[in-house]
Design a protein around this ligand. Structure first.
Ligand SMILES: *Cc1c(COP(=O)(O)O)cnc(C)c1O
Length: 230
């Protein structure tokens, strides 16, 4: 078996084991294949294994791949930093945006989304690691932001996304993911339609599943190690 195929099968197995360990239905956990730095041919190899959702971090890198793969029925997710001058292209080239970190960005995405398309699914990124260098809403601001963003046209607010501080300690991974889950649960008191926790990457997906993840964003464990960014 080629490695991408083997890797995807192994991820599905890890998902099934962790879901069973905490009594969750594995169908509630979706796999987003993070294809940043990877060529379109790797994406086609993953599609051949039944993978349909792909995540990209950089618009300039993603657009040519989206075009090259226009013959495939892919659901594209934007998971990277969002510059204001890129919101129109992001709003119309992707089906999901996981990394909305300002109310102003959400407003632009909603206004610029082609009204002929279904509304854009978005998650609000929360700075769960608390590191000043990381993007995302502060936990204290997420309630006000979510209530306002939930009213915007052109968007469907689905839930929250977080990137924890890297650590090999499973308990610390879980503590950070639990924080995101608790924030979602408190938002759901006003916004019961929210249904998404986007959390968990190659090194911490088990902890994320135990804390309720719905979208795992997995790059390295599917496509192998990435070259360093120039
Ligand atoms: C690169 C990236 C991932 C994938 O990380 P891996 O450790 O390679 O699985 C997930 N989420 C975001 C936001 C990323 O930038």
């Amino acid at each position: 078996m080629a490695s991408i195929e083997k890797n995807i099968a192994a991820i599905h197995q890890r998902m099934a084991i962790s879901a069973a360990a905490c009594g969750r239905n594995v169908a509630d956990i979706q796999l987003l294949a993070v294809s940043k730095t990877r060529p379109a041919s790797d994406i086609r190899a993953a599609i051949a294994c039944g993978q349909r959702d792909f995540g990209e971090n950089y618009l300039q890198e993603a657009l040519p791949k989206i075009e090259a793969l226009a013959d495939e029925s892919i659901c594209w997710h934007y998971i990277g930093p969002i510059q204001s001058n890129k919101t129109r292209a992001i709003a119309n080239s992707f089906d999901w945006v996981h990394s909305v970190d300002r109310i102003k960005t959400a407003r632009r995405l909603g206004q610029q989304r082609d009204p002929g398309k279904p509304p854009l699914n978005i998650c609000l990124q929360v700075n769960i690691s608390g590191e000043a260098s990381k993007s995302g809403f502060a936990a204290a601001d997420i309630g006000t932001a979510a209530v306002e963003i939930a009213t915007l046209e052109g968007l469907v607010l689905r839930g929250l996304m977080g990137i924890p501080r890297p650590t090999a300690e499973v308990l610390e991974q879980r503590r950070q993911f639990a924080l995101l889950r608790q924030l979602l649960e408190s938002l759901q008191q006003h916004l019961p339609e929210l249904d998404t926790l986007s959390m968990g990457m190659s090194a911490d997906m088990e902890a994320a599943i135990l804390e309720g993840a719905n979208w795992l964003r997995i790059g390295t464990a599917i496509f192998g190690p990435r070259p360093a960014r120039p």
